[in-house]
Design a protein around this ligand. Structure first.
Ligand code: PEP
Ligand code: MN
Length: 379
């Protein structure tokens, strides 16, 4: 059931964000509610220069109204700001920079709607075949970066299960920076994941890199991972949005929180609300760590969205020594879970050995994380 249906807002569906509902009214009869989320609401800010005149401002206002748009004024001490609202195309054609007295224009990105907390104040709990993610439940996903062999995967699966994880992770399709690096075992890897997951009782999370593989992935996986490099692959986002499969949406290498939330909006607006965000570090000027793990994003996403958010400190730091402290911090910051790379023998891993935990270190991590979660009253 979609968010809209659950909230009783949608029974006749047209394009994911529009619908109608027949509501019985007291004393008989039906009331037709039309529910519409405007895709076109768009905002541009026009900053007037400190030397602009009242005449300049009036010309700007006139042009906005002539184009059927609306404006809001904000008059500061040294600057006047005009906020424009309305149709995206009409705003794009305004050409306000050519007007006298206009210092600059700033377009505000189209706002995500269905993923926002404004739209749904209560936490969404994503149910992965009985395992809950979000709403105070702690989801731990662990396993090797890439599926390399059945032996490697089984050893990892047994260890992460014994330590208390609920999900086995592992890439069968690997989006590698270099084409000469190990690209994954593909369908054979998916089969191994399913087999190992079923053998020990773990849900399977694995990455989808190509929308044409969606049928294949749905056959073997419980959660479809969209990797950092594909966060803005809009065709892929729409394709997974057309399924009801739980989706783990990683944050892009250089994505702002706004872009990340909008990526999720692509999925949810197609009808799939089973989305779990995953903060995995972003690119900064720091070189000691592979990425900079942005734990403030956890608090931001919790404030802005009703969807669960987990943290991947393995890719977030690139250093196994930092995975434990960052996991503690992530849970303390309110993350709904963790994704951790665990390899039975990191020294021979085909990818990401430097950031993979050995089984014994993963056990320590699970113990510490559970103690922190308990102290915070988590389930
Ligand atoms: C991964 O989880 O192995 C992976 C490739 O992650 P990311 O997309 O975050 O780099
Ligand atoms: Mn990896």
């Amino acid at each position: 059931m979609s968010v809209l249906e659950e909230r009783g807002l949608l029974s006749g569906k047209q394009g994911g964000t529009t619908g109608y509902k027949l509501v019985p009214v007291e004393g008989g009869g039906l009331f037709l509610c039309i529910y519409l989320i405007k895709r076109e609401a768009y905002i541009m800010i026009i900053v007037m220069s400190p030397t602009s005149t009242q005449d300049d401002l009036e010309k700007v206002q006139q042009k906005i109204l002539q184009r059927g748009l609306q404006y809001h004024m904000s008059t500061g001490e040294s600057r006047t700001i005009v906020g424009v609202i309305g149709d995206k195309k009409a705003i794009a054609n305004l050409q306000m920079n050519a007007f006298s007295g206009v210092e600059k224009t700033v377009r505000i990105t189209e706002k995500y709607k269905l993923v926002s907390r404004e739209f749904k104040p209560e936490d969404t709990i994503v149910d992965v075949g009985g395992v809950k993610v979000g709403g105070g439940h702690l989801a731990i996903m662990a396993g090797p970066c890439a599926v390399e062999s059945m032996d490697q995967l089984m050893e990892a699966a047994q260890c992460v299960k014994a330590a208390g994880a609920q999900f086995l992770r592992g890439g069968a399709f690997k989006p590698r920076t270099s084409p000469y690096d190990f690209q994954g075992l593909e369908e054979e890897g998916l089969q191994m994941l399913r087999q190992a997951g079923d053998a020990v009782g773990l849900k399977v999370v694995t990455e989808i890199v190509n929308m044409n593989d969606i049928g294949l992935l749905c056959k073997y996986a419980d959660v479809l991972q969209i990797g950092a490099r594909n966060m803005q692959n809009f065709q892929l986002l729409k394709a997974v949005g057309k399924t009801q499969m739980p989706v783990l949406l990683k944050r892009g290498l250089s994505a702002t929180i706004n872009e990340w939330l909008n990526a999720a909006e692509y999925i949810i607006s197609e009808g799939n609300e089973n989305i779990i965000f995953c903060e995995r570090g972003i690119r900064t000027y720091e070189t000691f760590t592979r990425n900079t793990l942005d734990l403030s994003a956890v608090a931001a996403v919790k404030e802005l969205s009703h969807l669960p958010v987990i943290v991947d400190p393995s890719h977030g730091t690139g250093r196994w020594q930092m995975v434990l402290p960052m996991s503690r911090a992530a849970i303390a910051a309110g993350a709904d879970g963790l994704m951790i790379e665990v390899h039975p023998h990191p020294e021979v891993a085909l990818s990401d050995g430097d950031q993979s935990l050995r089984p014994e270190n993963f056990r320590v991590l699970m113990d510490e994380v559970h103690r922190i979660a308990q102290a915070m009253g988590r389930k």
